[in-house]
Design a protein around this ligand. Structure first.
Ligand code: ARG
Length: 482
């Protein structure tokens, strides 16, 4: 998880009070906040990462306030130039974050007043931290979605390049992790593409619901100023304005949806990881992962471990945890804003960081994979992988499928007994099970014959794989506009 207050555990509830109550809300207070409580309730340790979004939101808010006459143009300009200066300071590491100022919002607002004087105190007119934080998180999630979509795009193009190089590389296809039928390597990795394509669509869909403006809801009931929420939305690039002020400040569905989409991405990456871990083992040797993505063992000199896929497989669990944290956080919360909501950030940020890191690792590694084509071919040949082809051959000659299944079963049993593949049995051997078997049977029993025969939309035949790659490229650019 993200940082905890550094010395939180050194305090107890009876320790000295913090120096003063916050000058942002301390008017009604008669004693200073307990030092432990001040740190316990603060969020700046982890929400300061939303500084750019917070400033972006404040600039839009001030611009809107000036447009409706609540601020003068010169007040607006002072606020904007102050905020722009603060943004620069933060980015250059010249900003002192203070736990006593609780969160990113009050740290920046207080710095603004310190910088530009009394006018800084007018920025918060007609808004509350409740609608402010909801706005910041939405902007942050929107930016994160855009970044993740780019990473997904890069990974998907990597998969397509790998598929393109191996449209006719033959490998075993599995069911129950037992050799089932030969498939092409390109076809196998295009299945990964489809998983990630759905993830892309899901994120685009989630972005639309995230991209809705809560600002203007103020604390919960709206504000008495003549605000123009449409203008604020337009300035911030929001596609819509939240319809209901109570919902606007309390809704975190978009964060949950994002974590659900992130969980599916991680689940997909964990499936790819599992295959890569199996495939790189010395028992399989299906693919080679270049050394730069692997590490060794400090005790076993022969080891080269597939750390990247293993770590990604492991990290999927924490993103599922983040999703469950957010669902549990929101469960049974009464309207409208509750301080519970401050707990939304760490799981959300953790999910964002984790999925981004894993996608970077995969986007770099996938196009660098080297399939071991000879091993794949030999493995595809094992396990009577063309048995279904023989059954289909008999059906095409008039035998009902169930009878064909029986005939092939017997032929397989003979192969097992003789330790030979179906294609290695003699014609008389095969014909004893069915008179329909003729010399042409051998062409359908080859690996090429088997994959080429599955020549329909969505099938594994090299021709189909090439066509699918072409469609994948245009679907991807249509979906993402890239
Ligand atoms: N730090 C708070 C959060 O993350 C900001 C909103 C605080 N609002 C309040 N009424 N205390 O949720």
């Amino acid at each position: 998880m993200t940082t905890q207050p550094s010395d939180l555990t050194n305090h107890n509830a009876n320790s000295q009070p913090a120096k003063a109550t916050s000058n942002m809300w301390g008017g009604r207070f008669t004693e200073a906040t307990n030092a432990f409580v001040a740190e316990f309730t603060a969020s700046v340790q982890f929400d300061k990462r939303m500084y750019a979004q917070d400033i972006q939101g404040s600039i839009a808010h001030a611009t809107m306030l000036a447009s409706v006459g609540v601020l003068t143009d010169s007040e607006r300009d002072a606020i904007i130039s102050g905020l722009t200066g603060i943004l620069k300071d933060i980015e250059q590491g010249n900003f002192q974050w203070q736990i006593a100022l609780e969160d990113v919002h009050m740290n920046i607002e207080s710095a603004l007043t310190a910088r530009i004087g009394q006018t800084g105190k007018k920025l918060h007119t007609g808004r509350s931290r409740n609608d402010q934080v909801a706005t910041d998180i939405r902007l942050y999630v929107r930016d994160s979605i855009d970044h993740i979509l780019k990473l997904l795009n890069r990974l998907q193009h990597g998969i397509l390049a790998l598929a393109e190089a191996h449209t006719d590389t033959i490998m075993p296809g599995f069911t129950h992790l037992q050799s089932a039928q030969p498939v092409t390597f390109g076809h196998h990795v295009l299945a990964w593409f489809e998983m990630l394509y759905r993830d892309t669509e899901r994120l685009i869909d989630c972005r639309r619901r995230t991209n809705c403006l809560p600002l203007g809801a103020a604390a919960l009931a709206g504000t008495t100023y003549p605000i123009n929420r449409q203008l604020t939305a337009q300035l911030l690039g929001f596609e819509s304005v939240a319809e209901n002020s109570l919902d606007a400040v309390s809704d975190r569905d978009f964060a949950i949806e994002f974590c659900a989409a992130a969980s599916l991405i991680m689940m997909h990456l964990s499936r790819m990881s599992e295959e890569l871990i199996l495939w790189t083992s010395s028992q399989f040797r299906f693919v080679h992962i270049p050394d730069r993505f692997c590490t060794g063992s400090s005790i076993m000199p022969q080891k080269k471990n597939p750390d990247v896929p293993e770590l990604v497989r492991g990290k999927s669990g924490r993103v599922f945890g983040d999703l469950i944290s957010l669902l549990t956080l929101m469960k049974a919360q009464p309207l409208a804003y509750n301080k519970d909501n401050q707990e939304d950030k760490e799981p959300l940020f953790d999910a964002i960081d984790t999925v981004q890191g894993c996608l970077v690792a995969f986007a770099d590694m996938i196009p660098a994979l080297i399939p071991e084509t000879d091993t794949l071919r030999t493995a595809a040949f094992k396990g009577f992988s063309t048995a279904t082809d023989l059954a289909d051959y008999l059906v095409k000659k008039g035998l009902p499928f169930r009878d064909a299944h029986e005939v092939v079963g017997k032929a397989v049993a003979l192969g097992v007994q003789k330790n030979l593949d179906l294609s290695e049995l003699t014609l008389p051997d095969l014909q004893q099970f069915s008179r329909l078997i003729e010399p042409d049977v051998y062409s359908i029993l080859t690996l090429e014959g088997s994959v080429n025969a599955r020549n329909h939309f969505g099938g594994t035949a090299p021709l189909q794989v090439s066509a699918a790659i072409g469609r994948a490229r245009s679907r991807l650019s249509l979906a993402t506009g890239e």
